[in-house]
Design a protein around this ligand. Structure first.
Ligand code: COA
Length: 712
């Protein structure tokens, strides 16, 4: 019988913790973990387990877990892999709820089966596995420090989930140096069972946690992660550092969509879609955590810069553009606010320049004026060390201002730049958990992160937009191809899929004879394009199977005969199902829309600049499906070529609605039709407003195939 999953609360707030492999030897990991649990002040029941029995750190040792008796919420397993399997299974048999498996030597060294079996056995008995191959965890809410790190973790409001053990352990030291308080820290290692999404479900509701920081190397159940992240980021900021910009996750080399969808690009775009703040470096992540865990939320987007240095003010202005921070620009109001507190030769325009003669009192005056004015929502305060500034008052000025702003619910971010006196003030403020940064870009990036989070958290939940598609017709086409033993659709089948999805295409007919080809050309209207239809000919142009720009019936007759003879002579025995006659699509802005099943995130959509240079330009972006129409608009705006759709150099605006419609329809297809792994429309030609967008070429690959090809 399968057991229910235990409440994740018992991982962070266990009433009892057993350490299997608690060692008598002070140098061993099993000893260190026990020592941290004891010295961290955990108040629940602690059970050291070691077959030798005796006493460790004043605690009686149980020879077996069974001997200990009672209910066990959390087990820490710290015995070598060859014993760990039985030890973990034994804990599951006894009804333990969670097991931190410290032991290395499982899937990370190729021992995949044993890890799977251990996990299956445990989960079936209602015990969840964290790891294996982890350093442990910390939870401020239960004062539990169950890891073999340096100990002495400072409690605070940043929760850390890390896939890297070494980096995680180093972070413990770094958080102490930078005085970042931790609310929880979990090492997830091989993620055999518990993943980030499980932990986020607790952390997003945890009152101690104000910011979540995650270090991710690979994503397991991406669908679920997206789902939980979307909820979590509405409640608190989530910062992610992800390593591995490799393209190994990209599959299906036959499809552009596959080769363009380097796993990192997909990850990046989907994290943005979920409202996650992605940090490039550990330092950037720490800065964001320090600021976001101490600041209040803004009420609006009017930001002013207050500075005593003109140059640094200009740098900050540039940084605001980069990090999407909106500078207030009502000069009249700013003159009223800042005239009384700015010297005549300073500036009351944004950035407010108090000039190099400013003292701490001048800063306080200007920052108070900004704080008290309801039009101003946030402030960037930039200080350059000068001889006239009363440096002794720098830290007091910043601390007092910080407290006032916090009480008033208005964000303020500080940058100080100068010599040793300035750095000492910065260090002193850091000890008091008042975040102060040096570099102007680092400073503005923090406010940018706050605004990015705030916009997402306060914006309307996006919802889902889907379009009506004829799914039954699509499934029939897929079944036909599978019966044929194909892992791809022929060109006309791909077009039928698009037709069933309601996507506009150039008009087309399949002709089975010369007469039908002529009739098709006349019905469609010249010029037309002709292509051979054959499952045995994948590269039609290479064998002379394509003819373009046919202006009249004679040209259609010549082309028909030429295509037939070329294909018969160059691919003898090829089964020719007919010749496709299509409207020659007028030129337009060439776009690409791809839909594919990402190995980690499931159904995804790619949109970008299309045509033959798509792989060189790589002007593409991604989203996890499903999404809303407004998200699709954001997606379109992300590509560099977006202005082409708005119309440049006197050109008309293109039919953006029709492009959006195609994106949503392809998203609906990949969402609903499991049998499709990739669809790529390239080019999708966008015409002027009212004239639509037409899918000129489409390739479709089927799911669960080994390799396969395209009908190119
Ligand atoms: N139940 C309880 N205790 C047991 C046991 C069992 N079934 N089997 C052995 N023990 C005891 C041992 O007697 C020993 O105690 P002692 O030192 O008092 O004699 C203790 O458990 C530890 O066993 P030992 O064989 O000495 O192992 P170890 O401490 O050298 O190594 C690990 C154990 C888990 C630390 C090691 O196998 C490992 O995986 N290290 C890497 C951990 C790591 O890096 N994780 C990832 C971090 S990011």
């Amino acid at each position: 019988m399968l057991h229910d999953r235990p409440d994740i609360r018992y991982l962070f707030e266990p009433r009892s913790v057993a350490v299997i492999g608690a060692s008598h030897n002070e140098d061993k990991i099993g000893y260190k973990i026990l020592e941290n649990i004891v010295s961290g002040g955990y108040e629940g029941r602690i059970i050291p387990v070691n077959p030798k029995g005796g006493e460790i750190l004043g605690l009686p040792v149980s020879r077996t877990l069974e001997d200990a008796g009672g209910e066990i919420d959390l087990v820490v397993t710290s015995v070598p892999a060859k014993y760990a399997v039985d030890a973990v299974k034994g804990a599951a048999d006894l009804g333990a709820k969670f097991n931190l498996v410290i032991t290395s030597g499982f899937s990370e060294v190729g021992n995949i089966e044993e890890e799977r079996e251990l996990t299956r056995y445990s989960v079936e008995r209602g015990m969840r596995i964290i790891g294996p191959n982890i350093f442990g965890m910390y939870s401020a809410s239960s004062k539990l420090d169950a890891n073999f790190g340096p100990g002495g973790i400072c409690a605070g409001s940043v929760a850390i989930i890390t896939q890297s053990g070494a980096l995680g352990l180093a972070m413990i030291g770094k958080t102490a140096v930078e005085n970042v308080g931790i609310s929880a820290m979990v090492s997830v290692g091989n993620k055999a069972d518990i993943e980030e999404a499980d932990l986020l479900e607790y952390l997003m509701a945890d009152e101690l946690t104000r910011v979540v920081l995650m270090y991710i190397e690979g994503v397991g159940d991406g669908d679920r992660l997206v789902d939980v992240l979307e909820k979590a980021t509405r409640r608190k900021p989530v910062v992610v550092i992800k390593s591995g910009r490799s393209k190994r996750g990209a599959v299906a080399a036959a499809s552009h969509t596959g080769s363009l969808a380097g796993s990192d690009e997909v990850f990046d775009a989907i994290m943005r879609q979920c409202g996650v703040l992605r940090a490039e470096s550990v330092q950037e992540a720490f800065n964001l955590c320090k600021f976001l865990s101490t600041t209040s939320m803004p009420a609006g987007e009017n930001v002013v810069i207050v500075t005593n240095g003109g140059g640094i003010g200009v740098l900050a202005t540039d940084a605001c553009e980069k990090y999407d921070v909106t500078l207030y620009d009502d000069n009249e109001t700013m003159k009223n606010i800042f005239d009384p507190v700015t010297p005549a030769f300073g500036s009351t325009k944004n950035p407010i320049d108090l000039t190099g003669g400013a003292t701490s009192a001048d800063f306080t005056g200007a920052l108070d004026a900004a704080l008290e004015h309801e039009e101003i929502d946030a402030v960037i305060s930039l200080y350059c060390e000068t001889a006239v500034f009363d440096a002794d008052n720098l830290s007091t000025m910043i601390e007092e201002t910080s407290v006032k702003y916090k009480a008033a619910g208005k964000p303020i971010v500080f940058s100080v730049f100068g010599g040793s006196t300035t750095e000492e003030a910065q260090a002193m403020l850091s000890r008091k958990r008042v975040p102060v940064f040096g570099d102007v870009y680092e400073t503005v990036a923090c406010l940018g992160g706050l605004y990015s989070h705030w916009r997402h958290a306060t914006g309307e939940p996006a919802g889902i937009d889907e379009e009506e598609i004829d799914q039954t017709a699509i499934e029939e086409i897929l079944a036909g191809a599978r019966e044929d033993g194909r892992s791809f659709l022929l060109a006309h089948e791909g077009e039928e899929v698009l037709r069933a999805a309601g996507i506009l295409m150039p008009e087309t007919r399949i002709a089975r004879s010369l007469d039908e080809a002529v009739a098709a050309g006349e019905e469609i209207g010249f010029p037309v394009v002709m292509k051979v239809v054959s499952r045995d000919i994948l590269h039609k142009s290479d064998v002379g199977g394509v003819a373009l720009d046919l202006e009249n019936r004679d040209e259609v007759i010549d082309a028909y005969q030429a295509i037939m003879s070329n294909c018969r002579s160059r691919v003898p025995g090829a089964r020719i199902d007919g010749i496709q006659v299509s409207e020659m699509a007028a030129s337009g802005v060439e776009l690409i829309v791809g839909a594919r099943r990402d190995p980690a995130f499931g159904p995804t959509i790619m949109f970008g600049m299309g045509g033959i240079y798509v792989e060189v330009l790589k002007d593409v972006t991604f989203r996890a499906v499903p999404f809303s129409r407004s998200e699709a608009i954001e997606m379109m705006k992300e590509i560099r070529a977006y202005p082409l759709l708005l119309g440049v150099r006197g050109e008309e605006r293109k039919d953006i609605e029709s492009v959006l419609d195609t994106i949503i329809r392809l998203g609906t297809v990949i969402q609903r039709c499991d049998g499709i792994s990739d669809i790529e429309v390239n080019p999708l030609r966008a015409y002027e407003q009212g004239l639509g967008a037409k899918a000129v070429d489409v390739r479709v690959l089927l799911s669960e195939t080994s390799g396969g090809g395209t009908d190119a």
